[in-house]
Ligand binder design. Structure first.
Ligand code: CP
Length: 410
């Protein structure tokens, strides 16, 4: 297929928190001095939450490394969901994806003053048990731009710190008039518990290693914007996403697949639209069974061979907060899997580069790539704000209006 289009990324400055190998390592001893090892405790949430959720979601356990692999498919698991919810991309048909993207484009094109009347005074709660910059801010700004009132509850500055459960927090927010809750949580499956407890539309802003559906949708919108001009025009004219819209596009996702809700959501979504998805990374972060995450997903451990086949390269951060005792030799990782200028120029000079963020410059990706002409990282953030408006509109349309102030568009 024709090369993808490039636009320049923005200049950002970042630090490089990497430990280097000791002389002992360099001499070939087996100890890892240059490593990240996580405690698996997550951050910003009370540990009292975990046993409750463990009962609710029953994840299967991989015997090799005892990492939980969430399995939440099938109607028994989802029958109680409010139709405005967005918890897993596995719940979306191609037609659903088309509707969300069409809604996103309509809202994007709408005059700001008119948009602010669409959901005036509707109430949206943001419930964040983990830190976030992009997802939290873009959901909040998206809700405000639709005219909705927002309330942020974060684990460290609320009664969650005193031990209040997710269920009781959700019921409290509903009693306060929340018509939709956006949830980020370190436990895979937490949005299902909140959905069952409250009956409200729940938008999953990232749950453990399970899913990040709004991220996959914004990644899709970014990829579509970089299709060759003829294909892009066809999508625009027909207003139509179909199951072959990404035929001929290979998307390689590189790095910490094991802990990545972004990889999971993309591997479920992109093949539905005809894309080929390749996972690339070392065994410790990419076990063989990860290929089963999405239909037709392939594994290629050699980064340079993977790059050669790629139209889109999605780099992932090593999630040190979820490593749970796994140890990574960073120097070796950088040598084999860092995306830098020479590697990109030699093996995938026309590929567009995505990263869900936060980017750890100098580790998984070099600064010159983050800021370079192939990077669409800043564009991803823009598309996130548009996609999140559409997801909020879908949620609030599906939920009975409680006040008379908002003027719907349709
Ligand atoms: N991509 C993403 O989820 O970023 P944040 O953690 O900053 O929300």
């Amino acid at each position: 297929m024709a090369p993808f289009c490039h636009r320049s990324g923005t200049m950002l400055n970042g630090s490089m928190p990497i430990k280097r190998k000791t002389a002992a390592n360099k001499a070939g001893r087996k100890t890892h001095a240059a490593k990240i090892a996580g405690n698996g405790a997550g951050n910003g949430h009370s540990s009292s939450i975990r046993p409750l959720l463990a009962l609710e979601v029953s994840p299967s356990i991989s015997p090799r490394n005892k990492i939980a692999i969430p399995q939440f498919h099938g109607s028994a698991a989802t029958g109680f969901l409010h139709p405005g919810s967005a918890i897993s991309v596995s719940h979306f048909s191609v037609e659903d994806v088309d509707r969300i993207l069409t809604e996103a484009s309509e809202l994007e094109a709408m005059p700001v003053a008119r948009r602010a009347l669409c959901y005036a005074k509707r109430r949206v709660a943001l419930l964040f048990y983990e830190s976030s910059t992009r997802t939290r801010t873009s959901f909040e700004l998206a809700a405000k731009s639709l005219g909705a009132d927002t309330a942020l509850v974060s684990a460290l500055s609320s009664s969650i710190e005193k031990g209040e459960s997710l269920k009781d927090t959700g019921i409290t927010l509903r009693s306060l008039g929340a018509e939709c809750i956006i949830l980020r949580h370190p436990n895979s499956g937490a949005p299902y518990l909140l959905a069952r407890s409250t009956g409200l539309p729940i938008l999953n802003a990232g749950d453990g290693s399970h899913e990040h559906p709004s991220q996959a949708l914004l990644d899709l919108r970014t990829i579509l914007a970089h299709l060759p001009p003829s294909a892009r025009t066809a999508v625009k004219q027909n207003h139509s996403i179909h199951d072959r819209v990404l035929q001929g596009v290979t998307v390689t996702i590189v790095g910490d697949i094991l802990h990545s809700r972004v990889a999971r959501s993309n591997a479920l979504l992109l093949p539905k639209l005809g894309a080929r998805v390749v996972f690339c990374g070392p065994q410790v972060l990419l076990p063989e069974y990860a290929a089963a995450i999405g239909p037709g997903v392939e594994i290629e451990r050699n980064f340079e061979r993977a790059l050669k086949q790629s139209n889109v390269v999605m780099m992932l951060r090593i999630q040190k907060e979820r490593l749970a005792g796994l140890e990574i030799d960073l120097e070796e990782y950088i040598e084999q899997y860092q995306l830098h200028k020479q590697r990109l120029a030699a093996f995938a000079p026309a590929a567009i580069i995505l990263h869900p963020g936060p980017v750890i410059r100098g580790l998984e990706i070099a600064s010159e790539i983050t800021d370079g002409p192939n990077s669409a990282i800043a564009e991803q953030v823009y598309h996130g704000s548009i996609i999140r408006m559409a997801l909020l509109a879908r949620a609030l349309d599906a939920y009975p209006k409680r006040n008379e102030h908002s003027s719907k568009r349709r």
